[in-house]
Design a protein around this ligand. Structure first.
Ligand SMILES: [Zn+2]
Length: 466
């Protein structure tokens, strides 16, 4: 059972007479009042919560509303994602992930916010959340933790339960591990690995302003991992020997790509999950070498092909998070775009672009256009053709495109270049087409999918003309 009282401070961008939030539909609103304590009308329908103001709010003027609500978060019922439990409150440990909308959320994944949270739990429980924590206030049978996160980010994730708390012994790291009984032996290896990954990312992306990290175990009944500012949660199944460092690297990279810089709109989502997927691949390249990196990128490109005709990356807002389509287009194809961009502009310019993104947009958002400009500046070249082809279009070949395929001699040249961008298995999968022969800026790059083989079962035969 969750009972909550939330004071929300908003600054409207335009004059408004009502505010629309999303709230987990298992949670029932009991009251909504304004700053003067006057009752406000509200309507709760499914995931939507609309609160009406007594008089219209002028743009740019801060306003406050307080919402009280409660409900039982026991199953996936009421979750914003069908059949996926994102919040749970129970005696064996609780988790409230931001995607569960366990508090009224406006502009999910886009509108950044600061938060102060007072969380009361049974006295044996430890509470983990983003930001700085005050000394726990103990009363008979219960304890209250207060967490404050001052910067604008996405600090709305809370874990609570009977944890074994261990500071990491890794040199130079400021990491605390919160593991469940029976998993305490993973503290050493996961702390060490997390420290190494953070060091690698800091070198490549720029250092994190908030050094402290909580690495906590999450129940297996939900997602495999989730990252909030200063807090990385991995499901119990993510703890193993050897360390599942790809999962850890993915979640850690969100400290930069989401927590520090987030997409300006849901359509820019590949700058979050796509870049996190590619960051994890780069960490594999660093820790395990080129062959391991190629294996990861091969898996990513197969994943990218499974649903890529559903929508271009630039229309990710049409897709639903936690679905196979979202995974394919935003995570996997998104990661391929970064991989190709790295090849097109070169390593130095690529990492300069990521550093500029983290520095110039710190604690704020970035649009795809702004990202393109950063890449063009670092890469010293115009990249509209690249973003138009890979981000704004579905890179799905059709028969007419195949009919205009360029001749074998040029094909060899293009294929050689193309093959370096993708992996050694590229010829089985796709091919670069060119509208004319005047060079890269006029070329159109397309994926070529063999007709009689599905993306998950690569075939060799269709490569005959390479
Ligand atoms: Zn992610």
């Amino acid at each position: 059972m969750l009972a909550a009282k939330v004071r929300i401070e908003v600054v409207p961008k335009a004059d408004t007479s009502s505010l629309l939030f999303e709230l987990n539909s298992t949670l029932k609103v009991k009251s909504a009042v304004d700053a003067a304590g006057k009752n406000l009308n509200y309507r709760q329908e499914g995931l939507n919560l609309q609160v009406e103001f007594l008089s219209p709010l002028p743009a740019a003027k801060p306003a406050t509303i307080t919402v009280e609500y409660e409900g039982t978060l026991a199953t996936a019922d009421g979750s914003p994602v069908e059949n996926l439990k994102l919040a749970y409150v129970g005696p064996e440990g609780s988790y409230l992930l931001y995607p569960a909308r366990w508090f009224p959320v406006n502009g999910y994944g886009v509108n950044r916010f600061a938060a102060a949270m007072r969380i009361t739990v049974p006295s044996d429980d430890t509470v983990i959340a983003s930001g700085t924590v005050s000394a726990p206030e103990r009363e008979p049978g219960k304890v209250t933790y207060t967490y404050r996160f001052e910067q604008r980010s996405f600090p709305g994730t809370v874990l609570a339960g009977n944890y074994i708390v261990q500071p990491s012994t890794a040199v130079g790291a400021d990491i605390t591990l919160y593991l469940k009984k029976g998993h305490e032996q993973y503290a050493g290896s996961y702390g060490e690995t997390a420290a190494k990954i953070l060091e690698f990312y800091s070198l490549k992306f720029g250092s994190l302003p908030n050094r402290h990290l909580a690495l906590a175990e999450l129940d297996d009944s939900t997602v495999g991992g989730y990252s909030a500012p200063g807090l990385v949660a991995l499901a119990s199944r993510g703890f193993s020997a050897p360390v599942n460092y790809r999962l850890l690297a993915h979640e850690l990279s969100h400290q930069w790509w989401r927590c520090m810089v987030s997409p300006a709109t849901p359509d820019d989502a590949f700058l979050d999950e796509g870049l996190a997927t590619y960051s994890a691949a780069m960490d594999v390249q660093e820790m395990a070498g080129e062959n391991a990196f190629e294996d990861v990128m091969h898996e990513v490109e197969v994943g990218a092909l499974t649903h890529e005709d559903m929508a271009p990356i630039s229309q990710a807002g049409r897709l639903h998070e936690f679905t196979p389509e979202y995974e394919s287009i935003v995570f996997q194809k998104g990661a391929m775009v970064f991989h190709m961009l790295r090849w097109v502009i070169g390593d130095d310019a690529f990492f300069q672009t990521l550093q500029a993104m983290a520095k110039e947009h710190a604690w704020g958002s970035i649009s795809t256009d702004e990202f393109q400009k950063l890449a063009e500046k670092s890469g010293k070249q115009e990249l509209t053709y690249f973003f138009a082809q890979w981000v704004s279009s579905t890179a799905c070949p059709n028969s007419s495109a195949r009919g205009r395929c360029i001749g074998p001699r040029t094909a060899t040249r293009w294929w050689a270049r193309f093959n370096r961008i993708w992996t050694s298995s590229a010829c089985r999968w796709k091919f670069a087409f060119s509208r004319n022969r005047r060079g890269p800026s006029q070329s159109v790059w397309r994926w070529w999918v063999p007709r009689r083989t599905s993306p998950s079962t690569p075939g060799r035969a269709p490569c005959a003309w390479l």
